[in-house]
Design a protein around this ligand. Structure first.
Ligand code: ZN
Length: 382
């Protein structure tokens, strides 16, 4: 058959074969490049919606988060669930199992990893309100002598930001682990977020169990206790990163970093813990600190789109310039939202809010847009 072909025909076949081969190679190369450069985590962290807005929230995931390419949703559920194991800790009008399954269903449809959050250790009160755990079990309070004021103001004489539970109380873990176990089951979760940010009350001088202990060791022991508990079910622990950064040496201060001697815990906690590194006023390059210690890390913006854009660019920069070993520790971005879910949904749906100088919706829109731009750039460098 080949012998019957003219020279020109043979040349044409050879040329075509070459072109096809080049096309195939280019295609697979670009696939490889894109696969390498896509951020593993493109996430949103938000409070669970109140009951009346669950359907709207499900729709929001279906219409916005899924099509936007979001693949991780951290849902701050806390006591907003009808716990069967600990009914005494149900908040007002808690979500049902069916409502969680509705949210989970739409997340599965869009391949979104749904992660529950319950604040452990710190954030057991907010302003004038004591949260459910210490309301029902006041004996777990690290600072029982500190009375929650009728009108909360910061700063105050007690140094009260939020209450903590005492990590050395012999009964506290059997209670909080019941909540954790139940919520990870209903979420069918492979990760759990325990918060653990802004823990100011730790190793308090008036706590008979913790007085005189090393705050870094206490903090690390609590992280490891939770992490070890979860790992029995192959679930990874996520926490906020602020207690692991030295606020004084870095100049970052007491909110986004620690001024209460917890920073050395970074060398004491399990390397499997995922660090959510939040910085809202500047695009601080602290993700490197965590990556160099061997932790997977997410950079977390809030409401300043200019900062958010820099944080996304910086994450790509880190991944591009890192060694292969460190590159995968830069896992991506997690937008934080601190208003109720309904308010954020309204804000995000109105396109006008997406170009504001300061808004959570604008930050989230910028994060998604900048990620898409970078993914396209990687796909087609021209
Ligand atoms: Zn204590």
């Amino acid at each position: 058959m080949l012998l019957l072909l003219s020279d020109n025909q043979l040349l044409l076949i050879l040329k075509s074969t070459k072109i096809i081969t080049i096309c195939i190679l280019t295609f697979f190369n670009s696939l490889l490049l894109v696969a390498q450069e896509k951020l593993p985590v493109k996430g949103l962290c938000i409070a669970a919606p109140s009951k009346e807005y669950v359907n709207e929230f499900v729709q929001f995931i279906d219409d916005e988060l899924g099509p936007d390419g979001i693949n991780t949703l951290v849902l701050r559920i806390d006591f907003n669930y009808t716990y069967v194991s600990r009914p005494e800790l149900r908040g007002n009008s808690p979500l049902t199992k069916k409502e969680i399954k509705d949210i989970l269903g739409v997340c599965k449809k869009h391949n979104i990893d749904l992660i529950p959050q319950i604040n452990l250790l710190g954030h057991q009160s907010w302003a004038e309100k004591t949260n459910k755990l210490l309301e029902v079990y006041p004996e777990f309070d690290e600072t029982p002598d500190v009375v929650i004021p009728k009108k909360y103001e910061w700063p105050n004489d007690d140094g009260l930001y939020c209450k903590s539970y005492c990590p050395l109380h012999p009964k506290v873990h059997e209670v909080v682990f019941d909540l954790v176990d139940e919520i990870v089951d209903v979420f069918e979760a492979t990760s759990f977020h325990a918060g653990m940010d802004e823990v100011f009350y730790l190793a308090h001088q008036n706590c008979e169990r913790c007085n005189g202990r090393d705050p870094a060791e206490l903090f690390a022991n609590e992280v490891n206790k939770i992490s070890n508990h979860l790992s029995q079910k192959n679930i990874r622990l996520w926490i906020w990163g602020d207690r692991l950064i030295d606020g004084k040496t870095t100049g970052i201060g007491m909110w986004e970093a620690s001024m209460n001697n917890t920073a050395r815990a970074i060398d004491l906690i399990n390397k499997s813990v995922v660090i959510c590194d939040w910085h809202y006023e500047n695009a601080l390059p602290t993700a490197t600190l965590f990556a160099m210690k061997g932790f997977d890390v997410l950079t977390c913006p809030w409401r300043k789109p200019e900062i958010t854009k820099t944080q996304v660019e910086m994450t790509y920069f880190f991944r591009k310039n890192a060694t292969e070993k460190m590159k995968e520790h830069y896992q991506g971005m997690l937008q934080t939202v601190w208003s109720p879910a309904k308010k954020f949904m309204d804000e995000y749906k109105n396109e006008k809010n997406r170009s504001k100088e300061q808004s959570q919706a604008a930050s989230f829109h910028t994060m998604i847009k900048t990620i898409h731009e970078n993914e396209l750039k990687e796909k087609d460098p021209m």
